[in-house]
Design a protein around this ligand. Sequence first.
Ligand code: SF4
Ligand code: SF4
Length: 433
Amino acid sequence: MACYDSLEKIKAEITKCMKCGNCQAVCPIYKEVMRETGVARGKIQIAKDLLEGRLEHTEKLQEIFNLCLTCKACAANCPSGVRPDKIILATRAAIVRKRGLPLVKRQIFGLMSKPRRFRMGIGMASKLQALGLKKIKDKDLARPRFPIGLDMKRIVRPLAGRPLLSQIPEVSKVPKSRARVAFFTGCMLNYIYTQAGRAVIEVLNANGVDVVTPREQHCCGIPVLVNGDVKTAKEIAKYNLDVFARGNYDAIITHCGSCIGAWVHHYHELLADEPRYGALAKELSAKAFDVSQYLVDKLGMREPLAKLNYTVTYHDPCHMVRGVGISQQPRKVIRNISGVTLKEMKKPDRCCGSAGSFSLSYYELSGKIRDKKVTDILSVNPDIVLTSCGACRMQLEEGLYRAGSDIPVRHVVEVLAEAYAKEGGVTSERKTG
Ligand code: SF4
Ligand code: SF4
């Protein structure tokens, strides 16, 4: 039984905490709220009291545990090796088991448990979004016209007119391919940043890889899991495992920290007790790679022949850098593009404050955390901010817009795709030279 099914399962982790308070120094939430309940140490004590029957599963407790970005900064800096992020998720799940989910989340996650209905729902939302969102002049951004579940001050990227899955062929083949991979698009690339999704396919093709993008795939399920809805998270995990087990792929390619975390860690953690799915999740986790990781570690990426002329900075998504330990590969991709200079900000791995649905529920707090990141970015003054996560991208786009900046935010592979796209003429130039 996994820790998401029983708080008892995380007891050893809870008792490992020696209450040193080192996590205070790195917790973005604590820095803003300055309350012990905001930081890992305080939450771990509450989890202990809950486990030992000294506290009830109240709404107040639910709120305290919601106040976490799951950024894993505490886990990365804990001298005792405690995993507060897991304790917090396990406690959220325990509270949801007792109290249930708030109505809105129940409705949304109910829809997510039915992939076909979910796709139809998003399709309808993309057609009707102009009613609820007002486009910002000369920008790819919009703001709510009236409360539609978003804070009225919120700036968002609207849904794409057509999802990525309906823009691209299911199979993108190249002559004499070196490998055949499956592309897991996740929601952000499928429904919002479709250009980044096309770039993933283009860079893989440019490195001699056939790409299959299964049509039936669904959300990775992490937004559901982090909100404590373990039942739906398991359903989604099984669904995706079935879809990706159908083909014989050399690898499963993802492009964001949450998606890679789902495939590498969460699916087999969730399903460890189920013989068939537990084994399948383990088998497929060994085949899952972030696109930068696959390009650098597996393919030995081909350096583009064309030159670009950009100074960029890179924002490490929390779930990518601390969740799966990927930070060097996106930087290697960037450094392999001739003419692109990577200028690091002071704290590239500090959370941007998005944390998926956290920014929906705690808009003001999320904004304060985001603005610190934006200040760091502006001090570098890059031509482009690069990242590897759609949710971070949307958060940074809003922050930069609010700061009056025109600096665009893009996925790392978009710049690489641009360099490959440009290289035809340069190739012959270099050949003759
Ligand atoms: S979680 Fe780790 S860093 Fe935080 S108080 Fe406990 S032992 Fe110290
Ligand atoms: S995961 Fe991040 S936000 Fe949550 S307690 Fe740890 S440091 Fe704070």
